[in-house]
Ligand binder design. Structure first.
Ligand code: GAL
Length: 581
């Protein structure tokens, strides 16, 4: 009996471990508020507040020590030393204290010899303390001896612009070697955050749990808006255990006379949630106002961040200069989705969202994630005023899920994509493009430098029309591949570099998920705005209804054309409006 109980307990523990927080890392980090001036009592204090303020209970489980704890390196043994006055008892009591609170402990280092603090903060104790040439020794100390659970690895020491020796190291080689050293410790649960201040490349999937995509955040609207602008197109690079890190939270932080307004803090936190960024609180937890504490504890928003589909919301549409970001939650291609309408502008905007743009139809029930209230059922459209710098975030549950037709270029993936390499594709803002961005520099002589959309979902499979919105001021070609098979070579010229042209190809999709790839292996490809994927013959009731709506006709649930008064269930009236019967 005892044995069976313990086997059952073991099984339950294994399930809990497997399901426990595989989403983006949540917790607190010392940098945004305390800079290099950290200490044993500060770190322990924040761990205690994390629990006492109820933040641990909603998922914030990491206490991360950032730059500032270093105390040089022993010249003979190479052993890393800890700052003698900031941490007079070393790091062990700090890690134990954090663990004792039921939390995980995080540490910080650099891929080169010298830390960022040693260069930008003039902190001499940060020289020669990076991981370079000490990968295994330091990883053994951090993860085997001290028991840390997380590491952020910065890169000032490897980037000639940020270190005094002008040392220039290869990011992929360094982070891959560090990942290996972590693995060699025997620990399989350690999360590495790659801090190279730009999307480093798809190789990062094999090395890190998350990676910074931008320079350092600060508590100003310009900073938050800028980081969002650089991440709205990153959804294809997020998957389970692989997250785009938009940097630590500035909610509740005041620095250099700057702080976010209530509306801006909501946008910042809400967008970090729906875009699956790590959520690392950056303020002094004890000083949080009730409003900010409640914002950080908003379970509806946190649930979007930790959703078990592990998706980053993607850009579905730009409406009245606001961005509509959407993602599936709980079930792939199901009727429940989360979406945000983000207004980066300095003026209030009225947005009329067409549910069709987020692949939902018929009756759509909306739940407001900020007010935590169900706000009602809506048909076809939803009109809302979004304040300047504001964001609304909803969970939508619809009667009908439509197949997605619009795939913006900014939701496409390229194996070659990197923000630290030259001659690979670039996502850039383009006001004349539908989502507000285009992807350029695709192709060249690099076979990995394609643009592709995975998960092009067809309920039934069959014949589709693929329309490609492209920009090209000269003649260039696009090779179209569907599920790995070449379908067509298109010769394109849209007549200008700010002019969107359209090419149409007939393709066949398999039932379920498909991949559409655009590439040119012999020269540069045109820039891409979007692709549209539409069934040639409406395949189901949803599509019939959608086309019926367009034609202002009336169809019943079987897709037969009928008189509105005779139809059963949901019908489309003569005016193209849906009515419930
Ligand atoms: C920067 C990093 C910051 C912080 C700082 C410490 O490079 O992006 O988040 O860690 O170094 O010096």
């Amino acid at each position: 009996m005892k044995k069976i109980m313990s086997i059952m307990l073991f099984a339950v523990m294994a399930i809990l471990q497997a399901t426990a927080q595989e989403g983006p890392t949540m917790g607190w980090s010392s940098w945004n508020t305390f800079d290099l001036n950290i200490s044993e009592s500060i770190i322990k204090g924040q761990a205690a507040y994390m629990v006492s303020k109820g933040l641990a209970a909603v998922g914030y489980d990491h206490i991360n020590i950032d730059d500032g704890y270093f105390g040089g390196r022993d010249a003979e043994t190479g052993q890393l030393k800890i700052h003698p006055t900031r941490f007079p008892n070393g790091l062990q009591p700090v890690v134990d204290y954090i663990h004792g609170k039921g939390l995980k402990a995080g540490i910080y280092s650099d891929g080169g010899y010298n830390t960022c603090g040693s260069y930008h903060g003039g902190d001499k104790t940060g020289e020669g303390v990076g991981l370079y040439e000490h990968d295994q020794q330091d990883c053994d100390m951090f993860f085997k001896d001290l028991g840390f659970d997380f590491i952020k690895v910065d890169f000032c020491g490897g980037d000639p612009v940020h270190n005094k020796d002008k040392l220039d190291l290869d990011e992929k080689a360094r982070y891959t070697a560090i990942a290996k050293a972590i693995k060699n410790t025997g620990r399989t649960d350690v999360r590495m955050n790659i801090c190279r201040w730009a999307y480093p490349g798809t190789w990062a999937d094999d090395a890190g749990f998350s990676w910074r995509t931008t320079g350092d955040i600060n508590p100003s609207w310009g900073s938050v808006k800028g980081i969002l602008a650089e991440n709205l197109y990153m959804s294809a690079y997020c998957s389970k255990g692989h997250y785009n890190d938009m940097d630590m939270l500035e909610v509740g932080v005041e620095k250099w006379g700057n702080k976010l307004t209530t509306e801006e803090a909501k946008t910042h936190f809400g967008m970090w949630c729906i875009m699956n960024s790590p959520l690392l609180i950056g303020c002094d937890i004890n000083s949080l106002s009730t409003t900010n504490l409640n914002l950080l504890k908003n379970k509806d928003l946190i649930a979007l961040n930790q959703d078990t589909l592990y998706q980053q919301a993607y850009l579905a549409a730009k409406v009245n200069d606001c961005y509509v970001m959407v993602k599936d939650i709980e079930k792939h291609y199901g009727n429940k989705r989360a979406f945000a309408i983000y207004n980066p502008n300095d003026a209030q905007k009225t947005v009329t969202l067409k549910f069709k743009d987020i692949d939902l139809a018929d009756s759509v029930a909306l739940h407001d994630c900020f007010t935590k209230k169900d706000i009602g059922k809506f048909f076809e459209t939803y009109e809302v005023k979004i304040p300047a710098h504001g964001t609304k975030i909803y969970v939508a549950e619809a009667d009908t899920r439509l197949e997605r037709t619009r795939y913006e270029a900014e939701t496409g993936y390229s194996k070659a994509y990197s923000e630290i390499e030259w001659n690979v594709c670039q996502y850039s803002e383009a006001s004349y493009c539908s989502g507000g961005y285009k992807v350029g520099y695709i192709g060249g002589s690099n076979t990995n430098n394609y643009l592709e959309w995975r998960g092009v979902y067809s309920k039934e499979g069959g014949d589709y029309k693929l329309s490609i919105g492209y920009i090209c001021g000269e003649s260039r070609s696009i090779n179209v591949y569907v599920n790995g098979k070449k379908v067509k070579n298109l010769s394109c010229n849209s007549g200008g570099w700010e002019k969107v042209g359209k090419k149409i190809v007939n393709i066949t999709l398999e039932q379920g998920e498909n991949t559409i790839r655009l590439v040119n292996t012999s020269g540069w490809m045109p820039d891409i705005d979007y692709i549209d994927v539409t069934p040639v013959v409406p395949t189901g009731i949803d599509e019939l209804k959608a086309s019926a709506a367009k034609e202002h006709n009336t169809y019943d649930l079987q897709g037969r054309k009928v008189n509105a008064s005779k139809a059963h269930g949901i019908v489309i009236s003569e005016k193209g409006k849906k009515i419930m019967k």
